[in-house]
Structure formats: C-alpha cells, structure tokens
Design a protein around this ligand. Structure first.
Ligand code: WTA
Length: 654
C-alpha cells in the first residue's frame, strides 16, 4: 500500500509560494530556523518567555534521565492563569474568547472576563469536593463550554484531567477511569448528535458500576433528558458551580506538574495513558499556534473543528489558542446538521479567518460538492490547516480552491498525541507549500527519516520517521508504565536516542518530508487511531467468534476503514441466510465494546486465517483481499491453500 501511495505522491510536483502580502505580515520568518539551530535551548527559552511565570526556570532542558525529559526545571506557572487571567489583567476582558455554537441552533459568546469568572467558580467547586493538586479528574462531555471550563478549572488547581471522547463506550470509559484512578467524573445528561439528543449520563453510570474509586459524578445539564441518579454521588454542575464565588487565586505549580493524561491506541489492546506536563507543553502549544496558524490576537477568528476528546482539541482548542488570546469558534455538532452548509454558514456568520480540520472531512466536503461552500461568503478565511492523516494532493487542491479561494496558504501539520503539539509543518509566509507534504520540522524541532539501522536515508528514499531531539511538549511517559514508554518509543533506535514515531515517511528531491501512514498495527480511521488488536479483542469477546484478524484497508473517505476476518465458533455459524444478521450483531458488539468509531466497515466470516508457520497472522494478505487486490506472496504461509479457501468462500455480507 505504501508503495502505491508513494508513487502517487511523488508524481505531485506543484508548489505554492506564499504571496508577498502574506509573507510581509507573517508571524514566522525564515530566520527562525537559523535561530533555533544556532542556539536551540535559547530559542525555546525565548518561546517560554512569552508565557507568564511565577518563578523563573533554572535549566531549559534536563535530559540527564533520558528518555524522561524535564523542561524549564524549577520554573513555576499556572496554566489556567496563562490562558485566561493574564488577558483580563492586560485589559482584554471584553474580548470574546469563545463563540460557542450549539447543534440545535443556540449560541453563546463568552468573553475572557466571563471565562475567568466561570473557571474560578468551577475551581472553587472542585476544591469544595476535597480535590487537591495531583488528583485525577475524568471528563466525558460533548462540545459545550463547560468542557473547556472544566479542563481549565483542573489546570488551575493542579488536578490532572483525563478527557475521554464522548463517543467512547462505557467499557472504554471504565478502563480509563480505573487506570488513572480518577476521584471525580464530569459528564452531561446527554449530547446532541445529528439532530437528536443521545444519552451520556447513562453510559457513565454503566461505566462506573461498582467502581469505588470514583467519589463524585458532576453532571452538566445539556439536553434536559431524564437521567438516573445516584444519591450521595451525583451532583448537578449548576447546583455545585453556580453558587460559588467568582474569585479564585491561581497557585503556581512546577513546570513539570502533570497537566493531563490522554489515552491513545497502541499496538496492543490496552490503550496508553499519554502524560503531558505544564511548562514545556504550554510553551510549544502557544508557539506552534502562533507561527503555524499565523495567529493574531484581537484580529483573527480561529476555528479548530476537532473534538476536545482528542489531542487536537486539547492543544488547538483549549491550551494553544487561549494562551495566545484567540477569539475562537467552538461548534458542538456534526457538519451536516441541519444541512451540509453548516460549517460555511458559521464561517460567514463569525468571519472565521483561520480554519483547521482533518482530511477525512475535506474529502467528505468534496463528496457533498463544491456548490455548497460556493453559496457562502468565505472571504474572511486567510489560512487553512489540516491534521490527522496524510492529505492527498487532490483534497489539498480542492480545499485551497473551494474553501481558500485559490489563495490561502494551507498548513499540513504532522504530530501525535505523544508529541503534544505540531512538529512538522510548512510555515505560512515562509514555505512554498507542496500539496500532500508536511515538508519540514518546525524551528526548534528535529525530525529525520531513517532506515532500519537508524542511518538517514537519501533524498528520494523512504524509511521511518524519527525525532532526534527532545522537544518541550513531548510526552513525559505512559501513566503508570515506564517500561512500556521505553519499549514503545525509545527501544527501536536506543543507541541513537531517537524517538520512534511509528510512521513511515520519505524525503523528496528537495529533502522535504512526505508522511506515508503508520508502520505498525495502528489504523487511522477518519483521523482516529484505532489498534487492530483492540478491535480483534472486542470481536473475540463475542460468544460466536473463535478467532479474528483485523486490517486497515484504504478507503476513499475515511483514509482507512476497518475490515475484520472472523472465524465463527463451531455450531454458531449460521447458514448463509443468517450471515448478514451475525455480521450486524458483531458490528454492534464492537461499537458497544469500544465505541461507534471502531465499528468495522466490513466483517467477513471465513473458514481459516492465513498464518505463518510460527502462527503469526499475515495481515498483508488479508489487506490484499480487503482492498480487492490480487493476493501477494504466500510462500511463508503454513498452509498455502488457505488464501484460496478464503477468497472462494467470500461473500461480503456488510
Ligand atoms: C497521523 C493527531 C500524515 C500519523 C494529531 C500520526 C498524520 C497519527 C498527520 C497521530 C499529517 C497526524 N500527515 N499523518 N499531517 N497528522 N497523522 O495521536 O500517523 O490522534 O502518527 O494525533 O496520525 O494521531 P493522533
């Protein structure tokens, strides 16, 4: 698959230099690259200096206990103070921080002064529950203002938040709450999705059944639906928060104080709790938001369409933009509710100037048709961004032409939950952009493409993407599992001290980087990371399944789609007529175990799975089947007739 992608990408040689106008006014300059090379730590110290510190740091970087980094050691700051209070103190209390748009059509504008009052109240409320710095709080909320307020209130108190995406199942929520031992869970009665109210509190109740570690559940009223109530444990947000005083003095915490844990899929079934801390994280979040999006406080209207349940929402809705005093749009719902013009209507209404989204959505917009955005005034847009997966040149060009009027720069930003902030991206106003390429490590960041031995590959060649220098917003570990942290990211090129990103990449003739997708068993479905093992475990937990193998097959809209091959337990495999039903039941089962995003596009019931003599499933061959290709080399199969058996017995049922 990678080779095919590669040859398509390599035939792409268009380049879009920045306009003179844009370059003249841009936050980023080419000199940044040189500054960062000549004095890397000085460069990062300068970026950190844009934040407000209660006590200065002694050392920019302490890498003596690598791969466990410490940035800005001894420095003290309050993250929420940096995101809210200081803007009010600087006289910008009346500036709108958040233009919130609810899916049903309600909306709220929240100024920085109002945000400060809300965050202070919420901080007082959480303190009143007996929470103290270092405690963990789990948050499962839709895209309502309270989600941002809750995260900032945690940050303000030094509570470590763990946000769990609203679409995750009770089982997925439970394992995350348990792993982090969260004392409090913040959720809502329900959420609006595609025009109707879906329950949320009920799922949380199911997740928390017999989980004594959770002392309180705080419930935001959003949909007004009836909810089950556990006396003594459950509290309404409005009862708890609204009566609190709007004054709260933020205490400073160590630069390395844990800010949040965010779980992400790895190559095994168990999600990893990625740990981020305070000073370095906020420094890089703010720096990248400023230079990559060319953001100007008080002038731009910024919109990142991610959900706060993902890292993009953490860094580019909450911490980066608010640290930079952005005015931003936060939209609760789906892009086609009530119609497919919803995003463009919002852009027009608020005069959005910076718009950041994912390739999967851009391809969906393409499918819906260019006439939809064409019906709106999008002239306020001056910069577009993309994140989550490689963007194919066709989608890039469509995006620029139909959303960006053929003029706006596009930043294709590569990064990960683990990196905390953008690592590889063009710089608007500096870089001549190439559709489909993230191009170059940002000033202050070190990335290279290497072969198996860690040697850098030549221009025009491909290999593994590694990060060869520590960076301020790097993960500080996997919650409770230092061994897994070393193994997953640092063991592959241990001698060289490189961070292994898990992505394939290639240099073009100019030395620009093109990302080629994951090289491990992690799938990327609509920009969401899902591990093949996780879906396989969900499938085999169903009583009718004996064995399962899952692959990510390329998909025109979602990038990759989940295709599962399942062997039924003897006696449970129905006759052909029942297959559709069996498959539907299995798809629902996966949704119940993990969440609807993990539902396989296709489930194929097969008599056998292709295995090597040592028993390892050959996913490569299954991918050939899933992508309707001729099956590749089968010589290492233990039983070479298996593929024929699979192919001849296939009657796709979903
Ligand atoms: C992929 C999302 C190509 C990549 C911020 C990475 C990308 C994984 C890009 C991280 C991009 C993200 N081009 N691939 N611009 N951005 N990826 O942790 O495979 O949800 O390893 O973080 O998404 O996904 P995560």
């Amino acid at each position: 698959m990678a080779e095919e992608v590669l040859s398509n990408l390599m035939s792409e040689d268009r380049s879009f230099p920045p306009s003179e106008d844009f370059a003249a006014g841009a936050n980023a300059t080419a000199a940044l690259y040189d500054d960062a090379v000549s004095d890397r730590e000085g460069f990062w110290a300068e970026q950190a200096g844009r934040l407000s510190w209660a006590a200065p740091w002694e050392q920019v970087l302490d890498w003596s206990d690598a791969p466990f980094a410490k940035w800005f050691t001894g420095g003290r700051l309050n993250v929420a103070y940096n995101c809210v209070d200081r803007h009010v103190e600087d006289g910008h209390g009346d500036q709108v921080a958040i233009h919130w748009v609810g899916e049903p059509g309600d909306s709220r504008d929240i100024t920085y002064a109002e945000l400060l009052a809300e965050v202070s109240r919420a901080a007082n409320a959480l303190s009143s529950l007996g929470l103290v710095a270092g405690d963990r709080v789990a948050i499962q909320l839709p895209m309502v203002p309270e989600a941002i307020v809750a995260m900032l209130a945690c940050a303000r108190l030094g509570l470590t938040h763990s946000v769990v995406f609203g679409g995750f199942s009770p089982a997925a929520l439970r394992s995350r709450v348990e792993d982090a031992a969260a004392r409090v869970v913040i959720t809502s009665d329900g959420q609006y999705r595609r025009g109707s109210a879906a329950p949320m509190k009920e799922n949380v109740d199911e997740a928390l059944a017999d989980l004594p570690v959770v002392e309180k559940v705080v419930v935001v009223r959003r949909t007004g639906t009836d909810v089950p109530w556990t006396e003594g444990r459950d509290l309404w947000w409005h009862d708890l928060v609204d009566a609190q005083p709007t004054e709260h003095t933020a205490e400073a915490f160590d630069a390395e104080h844990p800010l949040f844990i965010l779980y992400t899929s790895g190559t095994t079934g168990r999600p990893k709790g990625i740990l981020h801390t305070s000073g370095g994280y906020l420094t890089q979040a703010a720096y990248t938001h400023r230079v990559v999006f060319d953001h100007r406080p008080g002038e731009d209207v910024y919109w990142c369409t991610a959900d706060i349940g993902w890292i993009t929402g953490h860094t580019y809705i909450v911490y980066g933009p608010l640290a930079n005093r952005a005015t931003q749009v936060v939209y609760e719902g789906t892009p086609n509710t009530p119609n497919e013009g919803r995003h463009w209507e919002i852009v027009e209404r608020y005069g959005v100037s910076i718009y950041y989204t994912a390739p999967t959505l851009i391809r969906t917009f393409m499918k819906w048709g260019a006439h939809i955005p064409a019906a709106f005034d999008l002239s306020s847009l001056r910069l577009l961004g993309s994140v989550g997966e490689p963007i194919n040149p066709e989608a890039w060009l469509w995006y620029r032409e139909n959303i960006g009027r053929g003029t706006t720069p596009i930043v294709d930003t590569w990064w990960q939950t683990e990196t905390g902030a953008i690592m590889i991206s063009p710089l608007p106003g500096v870089t001549a952009a190439k559709p489909g390429s993230a191009q170059r490590a940002l000033p202050g960041i070190g990335a290279r493409v290497v072969d198996e031995t860690g040697a850098e590959v030549a221009k025009g060649s491909g290999g593994y993407l590694v990060l060869d220098q520590p960076w301020p917003s790097m993960l500080r570990g996997i919650w409770g599992d230092p061994e897994r942290f070393r193994d997953t990211y640092w063991s592959r090129f241990a001698d060289l001290g490189y961070y292994f990103a898990g992505d394939g990449a290639k240099y073009d003739a100019d030395g620009d980087i093109w990302l080629l997708g994951r090289v491990d068993d992690v799938m990327n479905v609509s920009g969401h990371r899902i591990s093949t093992t996780e879906v396989e475990s969900a499938l085999v937990s169903h009583p009718t399944v004996a064995e399962a193998a899952v692959v990510g097959a390329s998909d025109p809209t979602t990038g990759q789609a989940i295709v599962a091959f399942v062997i039924a337990r003897s006696g449970t495999a129905g006759p052909d007529g029942d297959r559709a039903e069996a498959v539907a039941a299995l798809r629902d089962h996966v949704a119940k175990e993990i969440g609807p995003i993990a539902k396989p596009r296709q489930i194929l019931i097969v008599p056998e799975l292709p295995k090597t003599r040592s028993g390892k499933i050959m996913r490569r061959l299954l991918r050939d089947v899933a992508e309707n290709r001729e099956v590749g080399d089968v010589t290492t199969l233990a039983d070479s007739s298996v593929m024929e058996l699979i192919s001849s017995g296939l009657r796709p049922a979903a």
